[in-house]
Design a protein. Structure first.
Length: 101
């Protein structure tokens, strides 16, 4: 299953995409950001906001171009499995404003 937020005014990835929850091909959940232009996560902020028990998986470059190996950015995060989410259901939320996500 997946929960994505995308801009409807531009073709992907130009308008941007936020993967709030994504289980692809049996992998653990990932939260990622995609955009066509050069964009980077703020390293200090991602370290400051990293949740307890987070994975070391992390990418700061958000530019997405699959043909050139650019897969978007990923903040530090916990990566629950589908079984873990089913055993402990909850609420998924993201706040997306003009100033921040």
């Amino acid at each position: 299953p997946s929960f994505w937020a995308m801009n409807s005014d531009a073709v992907w990835p130009k308008g941007g995409e936020l993967d709030i929850m994504e289980f692809a091909n049996g992998e653990k959940n990932k939260v990622t950001f995609h955009i066509a232009s050069k964009c980077f996560l703020n390293k200090e902020k991602t370290e400051q906001c990293a949740p307890q028990g987070h994975t070391r998986l992390h990418k700061e470059e958000c530019q997405t171009d699959y043909f050139n190996g650019k897969l978007g950015c990923m903040p530090y995060q916990r990566q629950p499995t589908g079984a873990e989410l089913a055993a402990q259901p909850g609420i998924l939320a993201a706040e997306w404003t003009d100033d921040h996500i």
